[in-house]
Design a protein around this ligand. Sequence first.
Ligand SMILES: [Zn+2]
Length: 264
Amino acid sequence: MKSSFTIATLLMLLFACSPRPWQATNKVYKKKAGSYGRLIQQYPLKDSGTLFVGTVNFSMRRPNFVIIHHTAQNSCDETLKTFTTTTREVSAHYVICKTGTVYHMLSDMLRAQHAGVSRWGAVTDLNSCSIGIEIDNNGNESFTDEQIGSLLMLLKRLKQAYNIPAANFLGHADVAPGRKVDPSKYFPWEKLANEGFGIWYDTANVVPPPGFDALQALRTIGYNINKPGDAIHSYKLHFNSQDSIPTLTATDAKIITSLLEKYR
Ligand SMILES: [Zn+2]
């Protein structure tokens, strides 16, 4: 009787003392965030050759884009592990699990490493001005209703907090054609646009103007068309996902004419 009590007590003690799963990496986060805090208090910057007079009117820079991804991994745990491993060098602000649980991994005011080499219009460093949201999905499956529900709540908060324009809610594939295909053709962009996150087209009564150049119009919208085939693929994933034709058709010309009016 006595020995079983001792073993049970020992097990309880061991359990109580075992590190919480993210205790060590949370410590790294706090240390790193603290070092950036100290950095922005340095004035004037060493060797900058400037004098310092601090203004009293300022705030934190705000994100102006939201980039949506699918993780292309097999579970939320796998993604949390990836984003807390320094050698992987990737991260996102939020991760949304299949159950709808949302993990917040980085302050909205700091730069996550989710977009990589990217471009939208004249913006060439999306990481510096965006929030990255990763949705747990392997790329070949539908997103769960719980994930989309949580995503919509999160987007609503971000849009209000930072006054992000509807047109600036984009997918990774939109800003990295040829390199990325997420979120996949299963992502409900039209539903999102109906809620004010992203733009959707309306081709009723739309007639493309004579000589309409749909590819150039994609560039005007924001796509990097240096490699036209890649740009077209990214556009189709987002706006015409049922169509796997690698060129722009008459239907696409109508869709893009409508988009052009709405993105302006
Ligand atoms: Zn991505």
